[in-house]
Design a protein around this ligand. Structure first.
Ligand SMILES: C[S@@+](CC[C@H](N)C(=O)[O-])C[C@H]1O[C@@H](n2cnc3c(N)ncnc32)[C@H](O)[C@@H]1O
Length: 281
C-alpha cells in the first residue's frame, strides 16, 4: 500500500472511532512512524509503505482508536512555540495555559523576578517564563515526583535548569525563600462530579490529580489564594487559570481575603472567564 492509501484508510478508521481531527491525527502518527514532516507524506504519497513501518503505524493507530491522546503517542506537545516532552504522568499543555503565560509575561518587567509556580506538571509554564525572562529565577512545585522528572527533562532540554528549582510539595514550598514577585498556577480545577463526563482522552489517560480539584473544583485554588499573601512581595502578582463558571466564587474569595488590592478575570479565546489576576496590597 502507498502512503496515500494508508493515510486514507487510517483516517476512515479514526472517523469511525469518533476521534476528533481524524485526518490530522493520522498524518501526525504516520509522520512520527516515518520520522518525517507531515508535508513529506503528501509529496511522497505514491511511495509504498514498508511492512515494518506499517506494523508500527498500525499499533499507534490502534492506541489512538482507544482514545489515547495524540501527544502521549508522539511523546511531545507544543506550548508557546516550543515542543515539550510529555508522558502520561503529566497533563498535556493546553492553549488556554499559553494565554495565562502570555498575560503574565505582559505584566512581568525585564528586571529580575522571583517566580513561583504551583503544580508544574511538564514544566511548560515555569520553563517558558524562565526562557522568556532570562533574568528571572523560578521555583516550581508539584505533588507528583513522576511529573517533576518530566519537568526536569524539559528544563534540561531548554537549558534553564540553573534558574529553575523543582520541588516536591503539596502546594507551597515547605521552606520558602525570599518573597516572590509572582505566583502562577494552572491548578487542578475540575469538580469530582465532572470526571465521568470528561472526554475519554482526559478521563482514561490524563492524571486525575492534575484535573480534579475536589468536590467544587476549588480546593487547590482556595489554598493558593489564601496563602499567597504570605509568600508575595507587596504589589506582587497572582496569576491563575480557573475553570468555567468559577470566576464569581474566586473573586469573592479574594475579596474575603482582604490582602489583595485588585482582582480581575480575563476571558480565554473561547470567551470563557479563565485567567485570574490579583495583586497583593
Ligand atoms: C492542571 S495540571 C497543570 C500542569 C502544568 N502546569 C500545565 O499547565 O500544563 C495541575 C498540576 O498540579 C499538580 N498538583 C495537584 N495538586 C497539587 C498540590 N496540592 N500541590 C502541588 N501540585 C499539585 C498536578 O500533579 C499537576 O501536575
Amino acid at each position: 500500500m502507498t502512503i496515500r492509501d494508508v493515510l486514507r484508510d487510517a483516517t476512515g478508521v479514526l472517523v469511525a472511532a469518533d476521534v476528533p481531527s481524524a485526518q490530522i491525527d493520522a498524518e501526525w502518527l504516520l509522520a512520527h512512524t516515518l520520522n518525517c514532516r507531515r508535508i513529506d507524506l503528501h509529496t511522497n504519497g505514491d511511495t509504498p509503505l514498508q511492512p515494518q513501518s506499517h506494523a508500527t503505524f498500525a499499533a499507534l493507530l490502534a492506541r489512538r482508536v482507544a482514545r489515547e491522546p495524540l501527544q502521549y503517542l508522539l511523546g511531545s506537545g507544543p506550548f508557546y512555540g516550543r515542543l515539550f516532552h510529555v508522558t502520561p504522568d503529566v497533563l498535556i499543555p493546553r492553549p488556554e495555559t499559553e494565554q495565562l503565560v502570555d498575560f503574565a509575561l505582559r505584566g512581568l518587567p525585564e528586571r529580575p523576578a522571583n517566580i513561583l509556580e504551583i503544580g508544574t506538571g511538564s514544566g511548560c509554564i515555569a520553563i517558558t517564563l524562565a526562557i522568556e525572562r532570562p533574568t528571572a529565577t523560578v521555583t516550581a512545585t508539584d505533588i507528583s515526583v513522576a511529573a517533576l522528572r518530566v519537568a526536569k527533562e524539559n528544563a534540561t532540554t531548554f537549558s534553564v535548569l540553573d534558574r529553575l528549582r523543582l520541588l516536591e510539595a503539596d502546594g507551597y514550598p515547605p521552606h520558602p525563600t525570599a518573597p516572590y514577585t509572582m505566583i502562577i498556577s494552572n491548578p487542578p480545577y475540575g469538580c469530582e462530579a465532572e470526571w465521568d463526563h470528561l472526554q475519554p482522552e482526559v478521563r482514561d489517560y490524563e492524571p486525575r490529580h492534575a484535573v480534579i480539584g475536589g468536590d467544587d473544583g476549588l480546593a487547590v485554588i482556595r489554598r493558593i489564594i489564601t496563602e499567597a499573601p504570605q509568600h508575595l512581595i507587596s504589589g506582587g502578582d497572582v496569576w491563575l487559570e480557573i475553570g468555567m463558571g468559577q470566576a464569581d466564587a474566586v473573586i469573592k474569595l479574594i475579596a474575603t481575603c482582604g490582602d489583595y488590592s485588585t482582582s480581575q478575570v480575563h476571558d480565554d479565546l473561547q470567551g470563557i472567564a479563565r485567567i485570574l489576576h490579583a495583586q497583593r496590597r
